[in-house]
Design a protein around this ligand. Structure first.
Ligand SMILES: Nc1ncnc2c1ncn2[C@@H]1O[C@H](COP(=O)(O)OP(=O)(O)OP(=O)(O)O)[C@@H](O)[C@H]1O
Ligand SMILES: [Mg+2]
Length: 159
């Protein structure tokens, strides 16, 4: 999947729902799905809030996803790219509580959240060129019980 959206805050909800919908083919649990949505939300919000500083910037975000299937479940790969100001000191930026927008009530926890909720996480960035966030989530793929399973269990209990 490749999705190009405007880097504006009202697209954040769409972006995370689109990635969650794409992940469904791996049969994720609700917790895994919620982890993915949270991480995507943080990455997209960063591009919206930090990447584009000028009024006439061509504000855009490209989200690319692919899945690696395994016997059960698989791995979801997500790449989120912006073409904004970039991050000069990545090591500093990913530290918990580091923010350049403290006066706008940012807590500096976005990267920490992405790292915590996903299995792999990396940042590539170049000043003036933009930022690429790569993340992976391992999906266990243990199917949630279907309605039919529940019905059968109930019939067995009632028998
Ligand atoms: N896409 C980006 N482009 C430019 N700078 C970025 C980008 N993403 C993050 N940064 C820089 O890295 C810092 C840390 O990001 P992080 O998401 O951890 O915290 P935050 O966005 O400041 O606060 P929070 O996510 O808790 O609201 C930001 O303050 C910003 O300076
Ligand atoms: Mg953030």
């Amino acid at each position: 999947m490749k999705l190009e959206i405007a880097a504006i805050s009202k697209n954040e909800g769409f972006a995370r729902s689109a990635v969650a919908a794409f992940a469904l083919e791996l049969n994720p649990s609700l917790t895994e799905l919620s982890d993915i949505k949270t991480a995507v939300s943080e990455a997209v919000t960063n591009s919206v809030v930090h990447a584009y500083k000028h009024k006439d910037d061509h504000r855009r975000i490209v989200i690319e996803c692919h899945t690696e299937r395994m016997d059960e479940g698989g791995v979801l790969h997500i790449q989120i790219t912006d073409f904004g100001v970039g991050i000069l000191d990545i090591e500093k930026a990913v530290m918990p509580f580091y923010t350049t927008l403290a006066d706008e009530e940012r807590s500096g926890m976005g990267f920490t959240i992405m790292q915590t909720f996903m299995d792999e996480f990396s940042v590539e960035s170049e000043g003036g060129k933009g930022t690429i966030i790569r993340m992976q989530k391992l999906i266990t793929g243990i199917a949630a019980p279907t309605y039919t399973d529940c019905e059968r269990d109930r019939e067995e209990v009632n028998a």
